[in-house]
Ligand binder design. Sequence first.
Ligand code: ATP
Ligand code: MG
Length: 157
Amino acid sequence: MELLLEGHLLSTPEETRRAGALLAPFLIPGDVIALRGDLGAGKTTFVGGVAKALGTRDEVISPTFNIMKCYFNAKPALYHIDAYRLEGQMIDIGLDEAIEGDGASFIEWPDFIRPLIPEDHLEIEFLHDGESRRMNVRSGGERSRELGLRFKEALHG
Ligand SMILES: Nc1ncnc2c1ncn2[C@@H]1O[C@H](COP(=O)(O)OP(=O)(O)OP(=O)(O)O)[C@@H](O)[C@H]1O
Ligand SMILES: [Mg+2]
């Protein structure tokens, strides 16, 4: 993975949501974004910002008990996957079809479904820094690099 952005400070939940909103305009169908970070690091908060910016009015809640939630009224469609409950069990629930499908996929706890994640994906890692968070961004291929660089530009602009 290529490191594109390191230690970007997110001081408040609102800043985490705003970061998601800044990524949203660059998303195209097929994009895969792996969200790494400990429990409570801000992954779902970030997806909430993405969803709102993509035009869905639905509130984004943790899909932990559903594993996947689809927002078809977002443009592009948004797939929010939380693989936390899948640790150690590779059950086929059509995640691969969603990931290769006609929307952008955001995956919490990607390490638990690694074989399903294409190499060319954007990785956003959230780290606790006191009450705040920090964000690292990495790309695994050509498309995710382009996406990540646009995201970086928007954050700094
Ligand atoms: N930049 C930030 N600074 C401080 N608090 C934040 C920040 N971003 C998010 N939070 C808060 O952290 C808490 C946990 O956020 P969230 O549910 O998004 O974490 P998560 O990474 O999805 O956790 P899990 O792994 O349990 O799904 C929420 O209360 C949220 O408001
Ligand atoms: Mg979450």
